[in-house]
Design a protein around this ligand. Structure first.
Ligand code: DGY
Length: 331
């Protein structure tokens, strides 16, 4: 008999097709909404494989509710801060993610946001749609230059590096900070690795590309914001809790920062009311990877990981290799 597979929300069809070929009886929550934690506990019961999204908190309770036959949780996201890896590993449950396939889409959005906030695009559009555009004006919607300015990339993994590479097209100086040096990035592009404090003090645009961990939570707090230039902009397409939103609102209100462009939020889907109220802030609903092809590739990758894991193979995007050694045996 086929093993039980549960998908927590509808995902792009190519991923579902792949799943259906291997596990035709897979179960899915067909509603386009995040299941309440209590519902998730109920729905995962009996599953050997769970295809989860970044909005699903997969903690010890969920792993236990699924039962001892659970072998793999395949996250359809590059980030995996929604999954308790340690608890999964302790139970011999494999966890996978979807790196690489969303790099360009997310880097593109970081640039879209950077330009949007620098050139006040959403604010100007709101003005026009409100019927307030009477004539061209020499002082109308003056924004900040991008070309030739300094970009600071915090976290130079796949996405951060892709953001840095794009800066070449705008003759920008690029600073980055990362735990380990990225020699390829430096030699190829004249990009310089600097300590975070130096980056914050020099960059005209600071773009965040770090995973969310206990160490990176509130990396951009009041102290970090105070190091930034009052003419600088903050862009976040990583994870919301990297930024202390209350401190950001305060810095903006005090004129200690020129603006911010955020795709991710501390308490998603809630957005700090202080951010919603400001014209110097551009806000998008966590759409970094939201292109048709990136999402299709994420779905296929997540489904492929799940199918491989259930087949007894090592999933291509297994997190924490040691889980492979102690993975639960197939029934
Ligand atoms: C990810 O994959 O971690 C992104 O946040 C999804 O867009």
């Amino acid at each position: 008999m086929d093993v039980d597979v549960f998908v927590t929300q509808p995902i792009p069809q190519p991923g579902l097709d792949l799943l259906a070929r291997a596990h035709p009886g897979f179960r899915i929550n067909t509603e386009e909404r995040v299941l309440e934690h209590s519902e998730l506990l109920e729905r995962v019961r009996g599953a050997a494989g769970i295809l989860a999204l970044l909005t699903d908190r997969v903690d010890a309770e969920v792993l236990d509710a699924a039962g001892p036959q659970l072998r793999i949780v395949a996250n359809m996201a590059a980030g995996f801060d929604n999954i308790d890896l340690r608890e999964a590993s302790a139970r011999g449950v494999m966890v996978t993610n979807t790196p690489g396939v969303l790099t360009d889409a997310t880097a593109d959005l970081a640039w879209a946001l950077l330009f949007a906030v620098a050139r006040r695009v959403p604010e100007a559009e709101r003005f026009l749609r409100a019927g307030r555009f009477r004539c061209w004006g020499p002082l109308l919607f003056l924004g900040a230059d991008v070309t030739g300015r300094t970009l600071g990339v915090v976290g130079a993994g796949r996405i951060g590096s892709a953001v840095a590479r794009r800066a070449r097209g705008f003759d920008m100086k690029v600073l980055y900070c990362n735990r380990s040096p990225r020699p390829g990035l430096e030699t190829g592009l004249g990009v310089r690795k600097v300590p975070l404090e130096e980056l914050l003090g020099e960059a005209d645009f600071v773009s965040l590309h770090l995973p969310l961990t206990p160490e990176t939570r509130h990396l951009i707090d009041a102290r970090a914001l105070a190091l930034m230039k009052p003419t600088a902009f903050l862009v976040n397409t990583g994870r919301g809790p990297l930024v202390d939103e209350a401190a950001l609102v305060e810095a903006l209100a005090a004129g200690r920062l020129a603006g911010a462009a955020l795709d991710v939020f501390e308490r998603e889907p809630e957005v700090h009311p202080g951010l919603l109220a400001r014209d110097d802030v551009v806000l998008t609903p966590h759409i970094g990877s939201a292109t048709t092809s990136a999402r299709a590739r994420m779905a296929v990758m997540a489904a492929g990981n799940l199918v491989a894991g259930l087949r007894g193979e090592r999933p291509p995007n297994l997190l924490g290799g040691e889980t492979w050694e102690k993975k639960r045996p197939r029934e």
